[in-house]
Design a binder for this molecule. Sequence first.
Ligand code: IPM
Ligand code: MG
Length: 369
Amino acid sequence: MTAAYKICLLPGDGIGPEIIAEGVKVLDALGAKYNVTFEYTEALLGGAAIDVTGTALPQETLDVANASDAVLLAAVGGPKWDTTDPEKPRPEQGLLGIRKALGLYTNLRPVRIFNALAGASTLKPEVIDGVDLVIVRELTGGLYFGRRERFYDEEGAGVNGACGQRAYDTLEYREYEIERIARQAFDAARKRRSKVTSVDKANVLETSRMWREIIHRVHDADYRDVELEDLLVDNTAMQLINRPADFDVVVTENMFGDILSDEAAQITGSLGMLASASLGDGTALYEPSHGSAPDIAGQGIANPLAQILSVEMMLRYSFGMNDAADDINRAVTAVLDEGWRTGDIKGPDTAADHVVGTAQMGDLVVARL
Ligand code: IPM
Ligand code: MG
């Protein structure tokens, strides 16, 4: 019997539709190779959804995601929907909403160096040599999902009169939220180099002090074989570019993880290469770590490799198709070793005839599967 998997496709905005098409190409090729059927249902998310339905996360999209075995997302957002008006919908609400609705509390963001691209980093080769880390970002709690408000009162008064605006966001965690992300981090470490760096701001924040206690409690009870270190978030920002190869698993709060994962991605010099997986209670979701790049949308020049590498993660984590996942990794490495580049990863030495567009890059990978 042929296995069949249902995949919900969320192309989103900007370069999203172009890059997701290359992800699908790769899935189709591997489906044929391994005798597996992938069935796709496309749904709206982000700005594309706002334009059609007035909301960034329509119920229908959630229904499709819930009924699928995995979600493949490209990217959301763009200047068209940029606003600071709290009453207006924003594309990002779609992304945050779907993470929360599917209970995807673990976000894995692996950062590794493709040797062929080592020159693309702004860091010295000897500093990035051997970098292979994963950020385990808590994804459904913390500052992103705490109570928030914007209102007018006397204390907020600015130069304009007796009343002025005030706003607050809150960083809140419950014990179980920290326990479960701790377990995810320690489990991930056991499959790697068995080292976890827990990042917090325990010298200032109460949530961080609780975070640190709980991480250590879980560690001492069940993961004594894993090395554990605590690092303050500001120091982590520094150490990540100072000694990136020392990190294995980095576990942290939602907002800290958002910031540190962009920094960690830049170690490789090419944000266009980094995939992510969001796992938890419901259907898992896979997406590139980069954004929707509205400035180059529609030109066929975007780098589809992070999207393709997020398909690799999907095959591994959702379908247990490790051989197919390894195929993708090998194919992408080969394409890069042969010198093929999209504009964003082209170094000064790249020959002009080796610079390719989005669809060509996808074809090159497929041909090497
Ligand atoms: C990310 C992005 C999102 C986030 C935005 C688009 C809401 O930056 O996935 O890192 O902040 O989580
Ligand atoms: Mg981010």
